[in-house]
Design a protein around this ligand. Structure first.
Ligand SMILES: [Zn+2]
Length: 225
């Protein structure tokens, strides 16, 4: 899950603004791909520095114990004001203190929904798959215009990222049900996000599908139990 702001397309009036536009889009996508934490200057909380660190680890442990007890994942809380949870290439399940505080107030089903979704990203190796697509020139390499080539590649990365979000949702429901919760609990979490957090706009460059699409996909799921 990520609630970063998506890009807005400025008007293209001349070649210079076109260059700026492409550079801007590229920078934003690169920023999203390379991990939010270091780019934003966030810092991980030291032991007992931030609210709810032990609660976050417990939420992660509950999903893990009922699904893959031989594995270990580590809750990392970051001190910042963004509402965000994310993973990269390791077994750290990262969350901002701000979002964690909200989830704690909402209750365990919300906490476990987010931890299940993020663990699904890690176990599916989504970060590496997206990163490799970003750097391997596999799309339209015959295109001689570097800007259209780059834009095509960014759109392809965003498309894969949206697919990963749906995959993570599906797995998260499965993990939740094994942990004794229900599909409705996960749906409630998505509905809360839709009402309270910034949604992704419909765009070829959006890294997340609109939340309503994610809700509808989960509604169509058969129970895993
Ligand atoms: Zn996600």
């Amino acid at each position: 899950m990520s609630t970063h702001k998506e890009s807005q397309t400025p008007g293209l009036k001349n070649r210079n603004s076109g260059l700026v536009f492409h550079a801007l889009i590229f920078s934003i996508l690169l920023f999203m791909q390379t991990g939010c934490a270091t780019q934003l200057g966030q810092h991980p909380c030291a032991v007992d520095e931030c609210f709810g660190q032990d609660i976050w680890q417990k939420a992660i442990d509950r999903i893990v114990a009922k699904n893959f007890p031989e594995e270990q994942y580590y809750g990392r809380v970051y001190s910042d004001r963004l509402n965000n949870a994310w993973t990269t290439h390791d077994t750290n399940v990262n969350i901002s203190e701000d979002l964690l505080t909200k989830l704690i107030l909402l209750g365990d089903p919300y906490l476990l929904s987010v931890s299940a979704h993020e663990i699904a990203h890690i176990r599916s190796d989504h970060y590496s798959r997206k990163a490799s697509l970003s750097y391997v020139s596999s799309i339209g390499s015959q295109d001689t215009n570097p800007f259209t080539y780059r834009e095509k590649r960014l759109k392809a990365v965003a498309r894969v990222s949206r697919k990963h979000e749906i995959e993570a949702d599906m797995l998260a429901v499965q993990y939740m049900e094994k942990a004794g919760y229900h599909r409705e609990d996960y749906l409630n979490f998505l509905k809360w996000m839709k009402s309270n957090l910034k949604d992704a706009p419909h765009s070829d460059l959006a890294t997340h599908p609109p939340i309503i699409e994610r809700i509808n996909r989960i509604k169509k799921l058969a129970s895993f139990q």
